[in-house]
Design a protein around this ligand. Structure first.
Ligand SMILES: Nc1ncnc2c1ncn2[C@@H]1O[C@H](COP(=O)(O)OP(=O)(O)OP(=O)(O)O)[C@@H](O)[C@H]1O
Length: 301
């Protein structure tokens, strides 16, 4: 089972072109869609979840034409939106049972089994009688995943699920997701690079509605070997460095500014070569040194 997105564009009525000719091939497993705020991730997730229509393009899940068989797709689709409301006074067990009814589990006994196994899977069984209003952010997200997993979806879409989670909750949530990726297509949208590097076997980087890079994290990281150089400077030197080098990122560390630059050759002047990571891939792509943004720049030259 594979998800194929072909030439999807979306222009909102106010004229914002949120997606421009997006094509992606998403195999089974965990797939990361990485991009900054406003890149178009949520728009794409909502289109894939059949909640809004694109202006053009086609989507296939296996043989199924998603945009023309929405009812069929919804039966095998799980979607955890970026924001969702929960009834604060309901208990986890009762609300999940209610969603199971909506999903078509009409027999009480089998529904109870499903609810129990899902609450155990997301580690909320002990909290099943607690009111959702008292849940932590991580518990809410895990409850959301339980809802999304009703009916064993072949396609699971999760939109920025780790934003706002503390490190422990985040790791627990990511571990849960990675188990799910073993049997289905799990599409994870995020602006957090570590979410992708820790979890996803395939990924794409999106910015301003365009796919800049479609790759495997390890392949992309390998391709940057020998090209990322680091220098620690006082902040006051930053304008000079930015004028003379291809700066891809700057970060504070112990009061100093750590600069990463992209260069095919040793820039000298105190720069050290660093072992690249996915953050370097992300920033190299966003600054046009790798991916399709680069091709465009070359054409423009
Ligand atoms: N309903 C809408 N009407 C008009 N413009 C919209 C609508 N929804 C999103 N947009 C615009 O489309 C662009 C992409 O937004 P989208 O929410 O898809 O991005 P995103 O990558 O999910 O960002 P974020 O991480 O901030 O959620 C933005 O410029 C946004 O302002």
């Amino acid at each position: 089972m594979e998800l194929n997105i072909t030439n999807i564009s979306k222009t909102y009525p106010n004229g914002v072109a949120a997606l421009k000719h997006v094509s992606l091939r998403i195999p089974k497993g965990m797939y990361g869609l990485l991009g900054p705020n406003g890149a178009g991730k949520s728009t794409l997730m909502r289109i894939l979840a059949t909640l809004q229509d694109p202006s053009e393009g086609t989507i296939h899940l296996g043989e199924t034409d998603v945009l023309n068989s929405k009812d069929e797709v919804r039966k095998t689709l799980g979607y955890l939106p970026q924001e969702f409301g929960l009834y604060p006074k309901a208990t986890a067990e009762n609300l999940l049972d209610y969603f199971a009814v909506l999903k078509g589990f009409s027999q009480k006994a089998s529904r109870r089994e499903v609810v129990e196994s899902l609450l155990k899977k997301v580690n909320l069984w002990d909290a099943r009688r607690l009111k959702l209003g008292g849940f932590s952010g991580g518990m809410r997200q895990r409850f959301g995943i339980a809802v999304a997993l009703l009916g064993n979806p072949k396609l699971l879409i999760v939109d920025e699920p780790t934003a706002g989670l503390d490190p422990t909750e985040r790791v627990r949530f990511l571990n849960l997701l990675s188990e799910l990726g073993e049997n289905s297509v799990v599409l994870l949208s995020t602006h957090i690079v570590e979410d992708v590097s820790e979890l996803c076997t395939n990924m794409a980087i999106i910015n301003k509605g365009e796919i800049l890079l479609e790759t495997q994290p390890l392949v992309a990281i390998r391709s940057l070997r020998g090209k990322i150089w680091r220098l620690m400077i006082d902040k006051s030197r930053l304008p000079e460095i930015e004028t003379n080098y291809q700066v891809i990122s700057t970060k504070l560390f112990s009061g100093k500014t750590v600069v990463h630059v992209y260069s095919n050759t040793n820039p000298g002047n105190g720069f050290d070569m660093v072992e690249p990571d996915l953050e370097d891939v992300y920033f190299s792509t966003m600054t046009g040194h790798m991916g399709s943004g680069r091709k465009k720049q070359e054409v423009a030259l």
